[in-house]
Design a binder for this molecule. Structure first.
Ligand SMILES: Cc1cc2nc3c(=O)[nH]c(=O)nc-3n(C[C@H](O)[C@H](O)[C@H](O)COP(=O)(O)OP(=O)(O)OC[C@H]3O[C@@H](n4cnc5c(N)ncnc54)[C@H](O)[C@@H]3O)c2cc1C
Length: 375
């Protein structure tokens, strides 16, 4: 523990701002490395992608224009089963991970051709080590008999999977607290003061914290925080609307890009991509479009009642890839943000947290620095 505290401030080795999926995964990895970690979170008023997402652990197509992103996505997918098992061992929470493969269903030949071409290029870029198949309707039916007649085909990747994202967040949070981690959600962090021996963190309503290192994992909140420690987070919100249908008999053994059946038997349907600022609401028009596509993919959904719907905001960089960066102006400050916080949770808990713990420059992460947006 650092001894830099000034009177009244609480002390931690690391203050991590943001207790969503990204923050909690990094927090666990830092605990594994022996750090005393405090997570400072805004609380229930916050915009939280972690509570509104689709739950895919998705590989196919991720990193089509950046091979390094494809690499970390696949690495995370490989680390996932051990990560899920260790969460279950320590908390008893089964986060319902399944990694038996996934399908991206296409309604037109053009859509299918475009996806097949994209995955073909990724396969080539990976020197042939990129598993995928293009399936026609008959082959899709061998995996999912209930698929509709108007489906042209699908792309299949055996490395895809899904998880219950709410149970994931709960399991990570429970484990973090059981291991002595502190969650302080007394208010929005407004100021990070770099000091000679670390940082003084100030929240609007809570008390102050002193720490040797600070890790920014505040989702869209990173935009305001990053410049205070010499970093930049050009993030914008992108809304996705998601529908949930009542429980039905098991009909979907694999997640698809638009529809998945949860461990409880409900059907999760989504999602849209909308540029509407910080409005996290829903609209009848978009929900109808999502439902219409889902019924074309799986006609049995026509008779399924919707039980819930929501909108949530993705945390997007201009190119959609993560920012992983250490501050050179204020050593000890880090920024971690991405738009696939479910998929990358195992990578964040593992290699990425190890990198922060080591405090060493890692040239392989330079491709994820924010300077790529200004050069
Ligand atoms: C509709 C939708 C579908 C998605 N589907 C998938 C999917 O299938 N698979 C996948 O991998 N990813 C998916 N995602 C993305 C995934 O949900 C996000 O990548 C992930 O949740 C981001 O987590 P985060 O912790 O960075 O951000 P958030 O969940 O937004 O958490 C940020 C936290 O920071 C806190 N905070 C912010 N500012 C401050 C501040 N100043 N002081 C203190 N606390 C602060 C907030 O309270 C919040 O708890 C989806 C997202 C959406 C919206």
């Amino acid at each position: 523990m650092t001894e830099t505290a000034t009177p009244g401030a609480r002390i931690a080795d690391v203050c991590l701002i943001g207790g969503g999926l990204v923050g909690m995964a990094i927090a666990l990895g830092l605990q594994r490395n022996g750090f005393h970690v405090a997570v400072l979170d805004e609380g229930d008023v916050a915009l939280r992608a972690s509570r509104g997402n689709f739950g895919l652990v998705w590989v196919q197509g991720k990193g089509d224009t950046l091979p390094e992103y494809a690499d970390i996505t696949r690495l995370s997918a490989r680390l996932w089963s051990t990560f899920a098992a260790s969460l279950q061992d320590s908390t008893g929470v089964d986060i319902q991970l399944q990694q038996r493969g996934g399908l991206y269903l296409c309604l037109t030949e053009q859509e299918l051709d475009a996806r097949a071409r994209m995955l073909g290029k990724m396969h080539e870029a990976a020197g042939g080590d990129y598993p995928y198949e293009t399936l026609d309707l008959k082959q899709v039916r061998e995996k999912i008999p209930e698929v509709g007649d108007t489906v042209a085909g699908a792309t299949w990747c055996p490395e895809d999977g899904h998880v219950n994202p709410l149970l994931l967040l709960r399991a990570m949070t429970e484990r973090f607290k059981a291991q002595g981690g502190i969650i302080d959600n007394t208010g929005r962090v407004e100021t990070i003061d770099p000091r000679p021996e670390g940082f003084r963190i100030r929240a609007r309503a809570g008390g102050d914290w002193d720490c040797a290192r600070v890790v920014l994992c505040a989702g869209l909140g990173n935009r305001e925080l990053a410049p205070q420690v010499g970093l930049s987070a050009p993030l914008s919100p992108n809304r996705g609307q998601v529908l949930v249908g009542e429980r039905v008999r098991p009909f979907l053994d694999y997640p698809t890009g638009h529809v998945r059946q949860t461990g409880e038997g409900t059907v999760q349907i989504g999602d849209s991509k909308e540029d509407v600022g910080f409005d996290s609401g829903t609209t009848t028009e978009v929900m109808a479009k999502i439902a219409h596509r889902a019924i074309r993919l799986f006609p049995l959904l026509r008779d399924v009642k919707l039980v819930r719907a929501w909108g949530a905001l993705r945390v997007m960089t201009p190119d959609g890839y993560p920012i992983y960066q250490a501050s050179t102006t204020y050593p000890g400050a880090y920024l971690v943000t991405c738009h696939s916080g479910v998929t990358l949770a195992a990578f964040h808990e593992g290699p990425l947290a190890d990198w922060i713990a080591s405090d060493r420059h890692d040239p392989s992460l330079e491709v994820f620095h924010a300077e790529r947006f200004t050069l």
